[in-house]
Every structure is written in structure tokens, then in C-alpha cells.
Ligand binder design. Structure first.
Ligand SMILES: Cc1ncc(COP(=O)(O)O)c(C=O)c1O
Length: 436
């Protein structure tokens, strides 16, 4: 298929003018590589958009999806069911934190976030705490693009064009402090006390008005910001103290990015809900979800004042093809021991990334799990422009990397080999030397 008109597709989160003048077109994918329409192999340094964790067109997932669509193309999950969605939930329950055994499905991470926020509000009401309606997010948080997600999110451009958003929302401060934490590996040393700002919000609003706190275990989209040591544990303690739900948005961290099924496991902190998407199906079929603690599900089911316990759902919640893709992705992760591989290889990506310290334009390097971020000094008066040029230069030299402001983010599929990690940073280094 060779479109001769690029005008009609309104591309998301993209400068349509820039792209359509100089398209970066992808036509196929296998394993660690994309193929561009001019026939070049492009090393995928970003797992697409943090999702193709098992590598592209994994035969097991392709086969499962093909079989699923031949057998049962679609079945509703409102009042009817089909086996794969139940089987998937059972499999996830085995591998998710101990008390988190219930799964609600969506089509995306954004919907997962809005679903989790709605469950939080409905749960508080169902246990007789209907005044707990306030939602607390964090500056620099990305929670997708639904109205709930942008309200608790903390990215100004994602919020400023869209009106007054949800009311009754407040924000914790972000934890990024380059003066104290720079060139970091894993959790950062300074800033645990920033969790105590939740006490300030409780003092301001009163705990009786606060339903939930939502944070990304590490902030991905605003530049890979790992949490300060002890910060997430402290948030958990304060949420317990004030009877507030804690939601981890694990849309990019679940399914192996930190070498474990969840970041909750990596950090040793159990939230009340975990939002998931992306790696759930290794990006093959759109699917998201909310993993919910047993007591939330049980309270809502027991206390429901109507036969339907939660007035919420999507036509494609637990879709057969998506469920099959997720089951096959779980098989692939397990059979190829991808999470252990990731744990073993994480120090390597950190070493190779940090070796770029001192190169032109670089002002910080941050790594955690199978993730690396290189922050560049911004061009005066043109924030983001330099990193964007580096991203384009990398594409020209056969590497896909993600750009977030002036940060380049590397999150390759978990099947990445050492040579490919080397190649990712060799290409970056060559491009950095060329870009002004
Ligand atoms: C932490 C987090 N939450 C939510 C989302 C939104 O997911 P989606 O783009 O599938 O709606 C993302 C996407 O990158 C994310 O990183």
C-alpha cells in the first residue's frame, strides 16, 4: 500500500506539517527491527511506543491472534462472556501482587486510567465514604489523554487547551531535581521527603475529601524520572494513614520493563490498583486494563445497590482477539524468560548509556531497568528542537528513538541483544556530533 496523499490522516501527538513534508514511514516489522518504506532496517530502540516488549510480530502472538479471529471474531462481555477473558484474568492474577486478583479491561492506557479513577470514586461511595471524591495526581505525570487522565496529569500542553478539566483535583510536586540527582541509575538518592507533601494536601483538603492518589512508579513521558529511594513506600504509608487509595499507573512499567511483572514488585510497594496496557499484548492488539485489589472488588460487589455493580465498560472490554494476544504475550514472556533477561541486561544498558557522559549537548543521563534517557541542553528559545533533530538523525541512520521534550528515551523490546544496545548508543553518539 503506497498512499499518495498524506493529508487525510490527522496524526496524533505529531507535527502534521513536519511529518507530511518528510515522512518517516514504517511498512513492516520483525523482532528488533522495523522496515522503512525505502527498504531500510530500523532498529527499534523504543519498543514502538513502550509496548512491543516481546519484539515485533512474535510468532506465538501472531498465531494466537490469527487463531482467535478465525474462531471468535467478537463477543460482547456485557451480560455474556467468552473463555479467553476469564483465562487471561486468572493468568494475570497468578502473577500480579498477592492481593490484586481482579481485572477490568479497556482498549488503552488512557481508558485504564479513567476507569481506575472512576472505580476509586465508586468504591469510596459504596463503602459509605461518598465525600471522598478528590483525586490527587502529580506534576509531570502522564496518565493518558482522557479528561480524567489529563486532570490528574501534570503536563501543561496536555491540559491547557482543554478547558477546566475535572474539578476537585490537586497535585503532588514532581520529584525531578537535577541539582541534587543527576547521572542516576535506578532510584535516585534525594527527594523521598517530597512524598510528605501529601500531608500538606490532606491538611488543606482533609482526608475525608480525598479518594485516591495516582502516580507513575517512574515518570516515563516527561523524561524517565525514577522515584527517590523510599518515596513510593512513604506514599503508601501516608495513603494507609489517611485511608486514601493508591493507584500506580503502570501502563509502561508492567510486563517486564523493570525486569518484573510489575513495578510494584520491583519497588516492593503494593498499590490498591494498577493500570496496565501496552506490554499486556506486547502492543499487538490494543488492550488496557485495571488490576484491582480484592477488597475493592468485593466491597463493590457486596454493597451494590443495583444488579450491575459498576456502571462502566467498553464494547471491546476483554475482546477475544486482544485476550488471545495477551495470553500469548504472557506465554512468550515466560517461555523465553524475558523478565530475568531484562534484569540481567539492565546494568548493561545503564553502562553503555552512561558512557556517553561528556558528549556534546548531553546534560544528564538517567537509567532504570531496561530504560535509558539522555537529556540534552535545549536550544535557546526552542525547547525540544535539538532532541527532535537528533531523533530524525537517528531515523536516517537506522534507529527509532523516542523524544520527550529535550530527552531521548530508550526502551527497546526486551529481546534486545548487547550488540543492539551498543548500536543504539553508537548511532546516537554519531548523530549528536552532527547536530547543532
Ligand atoms: C503512564 C502512562 N499512562 C497512560 C498512558 C496512555 O496510554 P494510551 O496511549 O494507550 O492511552 C501512557 C502512554 O504512554 C503512559 O505512559
Amino acid at each position: 500500500m503506497r498512499p499518495n496523499n498524506l493529508d487525510n490522516f490527522w496524526m496524533p501527538f505529531t507535527s502534521n506539517r513536519e511529518f507530511k513534508e518528510n515522512p518517516r514511514m514504517i511498512v513492516s516489522a520483525e523482532g528488533m527491527y522495523y522496515k522503512s518504506n525505502d527498504g531500510r532496517d530500523i532498529l527499534d530502540g523504543a519498543a514502538g511506543l513502550w509496548c512491543a516488549n516481546a519484539g515485533h510480530s512474535h510468532p506465538k502472538i501472531v498465531e494466537a491472534v490469527t487463531k482467535a479471529v478465525r474462531t471468535l471474531d467478537y463477543a460482547p462481555t456485557f451480560h455474556f462472556g467468552h473463555p479467553a477473558a476469564f483465562e487471561l484474568s486468572n493468568r494475570l492474577a497468578e502473577r500480579f501482587p498477592e492481593n490484586i486478583n481482579h481485572f477490568f479491561y479497556t482498549n488503552s492506557g488512557s481508558e485504564a486510567v479513567d476507569t481506575a479513577l472512576k472505580i476509586a470514586l465508586a468504591y469510596q461511595r459504596s463503602r459509605g465514604k461518598g465525600s471522598k471524591t478528590r483525586l490527587i495526581g502529580r506534576e509531570r505525570g502522564y496518565h493518558g489523554v482522557g479528561f480524567g487522565g489529563i486532570s490528574v496529569g501534570g503536563i501543561v500542553k496536555n491540559r491547557m487547551y482543554f478547558g477546566s478539566l475535572l474539578n476537585g483535583v490537586d497535585h503532588l510536586p514532581h520529584t525531578h531535581n537535577p541539582a541534587k540527582n543527576s547521572y542516576t541509575r535506578g532510584e535516585v538518592e534525594h527527594g523521598c521527603e517530597l512524598a510528605d507533601d501529601l500531608e500538606k494536601l490532606v491538611a488543606l483538603h482533609d482526608a475525608s475529601t480525598i479518594a485516591a492518589v495516582i502516580v507513575e512508579p517512574f515518570a516515563g513521558s516527561t523524561g524517565v524520572l525514577a522515584p527517590p529511594k523510599g518515596y513510593l513506600k512513604r506514599l503508601r504509608e501516608l495513603c494507609d494513614k489517611h485511608d486514601i487509595l493508591l493507584i500506580f499507573d503502570e501502563v509502561i512499567t508492567a510486563f517486564g520493563r523493570l525486569g518484573h511483572m510489575t513495578a510494584s514488585e520491583y519497588f516492593g510497594v503494593e498499590p490498591d490498583m494498577i493500570t496496565i496496557a501496552k506490554g499486556l499484548t506486547s502492543g499487538v492488539v490494543p488492550m488496557g486494563g485495571v488490576a484491582v485489589k480484592d477488597n475493592i472488588y468485593e466491597t463493590m460487589v457486596e454493597n451494590a445497590d443495583a444488579p450491575i455493580e459498576l456502571f462502566h465498560g467498553y464494547t471491546y472490554s476483554g475482546n477475544p482477539m486482544a485476550s488471545a494476544a495477551a495470553l500469548a504475550a504472557l506465554d512468550a514472556y515466560e517461555e523465553e524468560d524475558m523478565f530475568k533477561r531484562t534484569r540481567d541486561l539492565s546494568p548493561y544498558i545503564a553502562d553503555v548509556a552512561h558512557a556517553l557522559k561528556g558528549e556534546k549537548h548531553i546534560i544528564d543521563i538517567r537509567t532504570i531497568g531496561m530504560v535509558a534517557a539522555i537529556e540534552l541542553s535545549p536550544r535557546p528559545g526552542a525547547p525540544g528542537a535539538r532532541a527532535f533533530d537528533v531523533m530524525k538523525g537517528c531515523w536516517d541512520k537506522g534507529l527509532m528513538v523516542r523524544v520527550a521534550g529535550d530527552t531521548l528515551a530508550y526502551s527497546p523490546p526486551l529481546i534486545v541483544k548487547k550488540e543492539e544496545i551498543d548500536q543504539m548508543f553508537e548511532i546516537t553518539s554519531a548523530v549528536l556530533r552532527q547536530v547543532e
